[in-house]
Design a protein around this ligand. Sequence first.
Ligand SMILES: Cc1cc2nc3c(=O)[nH]c(=O)nc-3n(C[C@H](O)[C@H](O)[C@H](O)COP(=O)(O)O)c2cc1C
Length: 214
Amino acid sequence: MDDSALPDLGLSAREVLTTTRSVRRRLDLSRPVEREVIRDAIEVAIQAPTGSNAQAWHWVIVEDPAKKAALAELYGANADPYFEILSGTDSSQFQAIVDSAVYLRRHLHQVPAMVIPCLWGRIPDGVDNAMAAAFYGSILPAAWSFMLALRSRGLGSAWTTLHLGSEREAAEVLGIPYDRCSQVALLPVAYTVGTEFHPARRAPLDSVLHWDQW
Ligand SMILES: Cc1cc2nc3c(=O)[nH]c(=O)nc-3n(C[C@H](O)[C@H](O)[C@H](O)COP(=O)(O)O)c2cc1C
């Protein structure tokens, strides 16, 4: 597939930025995702900034069914107790997120691909906020760009971190050198069922703005 053959929804930058949602139920589990599409989205992602321009990222793409199943198992082991605590909440909006998250947990092994953004290095326990911000700030903008790039081409994902409760075991599944390399998320990748998504409801802007003074 050459670049001109890659799918493109033709969305404006603002549309991409405001309609890239956590997609779970609308991940198309039956449609394969071409490697070129994933490569292209990562090519976009690695335009993101990194501290000292270190570009210490690595991107692990998982298509192998046995490895996806192993990662989904690890994800579930961390997700299930958490969802148990969260379910039964009073808020219907929050309950909808939990239901959607439970759906993803049940179907995670079926996604066409998983992408795990990694950053070389590990931050020591008890590290101060400045170092933690510089560390994660050197991979999270890129990971979000990856999700935006997927959206622009008609694919979707959901930011997930629950498998990181078993990060060492996941590293063993994938051969990632755990002691020297940090996984920061697990992004399921699939075409979306339909391509229409809307901006989400958020707390009013003025409730979070502070001009010159908190
Ligand atoms: C740091 C972080 C970690 C998250 N971890 C998970 C996760 O492990 N599983 C999951 O289903 N959703 C996870 N989410 C998604 C949120 O629970 C929530 O659904 C999302 O922020 C709502 O996005 P939306 O407004 O696009 O629907 C995570 C989001 C963030 C930013």
